[in-house]
Design a protein around this ligand. Structure first.
Ligand code: TMP
Length: 207
């Protein structure tokens, strides 16, 4: 059986990536493709438990090192229990965040060493990387505005402040400029319909 595909959706909080992922999955399914939709941190039960620890505002004492290892622990389980089996079954895996979030948030945002992050990430993923990563880029101002409009309580990471998100955004921009073949930078302030079309076209081209 032909191997499946793996696409990931990234961006700072409020970038619209999750909305786009849902729209793209609906469109692909309507075209008869089998899609598995999942997210990070999360996916299988063990990784969802780790997610609760990571985002809970109660855990404001968490050090950067523990945070980093928890994201990677969640990923290690996710890859082995969910993502790799689906790719092996020939499905299209669409994942809300993946390794670029670690490089942007833990590397750019928290200032952890990028080479170390790459090495541990490689251990967690067993070398499986997305076919294409889509980064929905928006300004930090727009991110704050959108999060304010959603009006839900901020999780532990969303409470970090605008300077932190500027560093995260720079991390994403750098990743895209270093690897434009695999990491596609999209203007997240564009109309949702237009963005969905762009992503679908890139996905179809990669088949
Ligand atoms: P979400 O809001 O997209 O569900 O993601 C939860 C938070 O986790 C978000 O603020 C980004 C953060 N995150 C990291 O810091 N590192 C990672 O590796 C991942 C996957 C997410």
């Amino acid at each position: 059986m032909a191997r499946g595909f793996f696409f990931t959706f990234e961006g700072i909080d409020g970038s619209g990536k999750s909305t786009q992922l849902t729209r793209v999955a609906d469109a692909l399914r309507a075209r008869g493709r089998k899609c598995l939709v999942t997210r990070e941190p999360g996916g299988p039960a063990i990784s969802e438990h780790i997610r609760e620890i990571l985002i809970s505002p109660e855990n404001s004492q968490m050090c950067n090192e523990a945070e980093c290892l928890l994201y990677l622990a969640a990923r290690a389980q996710h890859i082995r229990e969910t993502i790799k089996p689906a790719i092996d079954r020939g499905e299209i895996v669409l994942c809300d965040r993946f390794e670029q979030a670690t490089f942007a948030y833990q590397g750019g945002g928290r200032g952890l060493d990028i080479d170390f992050l790459r090495a541990v990430n490689n251990f967690a993923t067993n070398g499986i990387t997305p076919d294409i990563t889509f980064i929905f880029d928006i300004s930090v101002e727009l991110s704050m505005e959108r999060l304010g409009k959603i009006g839900k309580g901020k999780d532990r990471i969303e409470s970090a402040g605008s300077k932190f998100f500027e560093r995260v955004r720079s991390g994403y921009l750098k990743a895209a400029s270093n690897n434009p073949e695999k990491i596609k930078l999209l203007d997240g302030s564009k109309e949702p319909d237009e963005l969905t079309e762009i992503v679908l076209e890139m996905i179809e081209e990669s088949f």
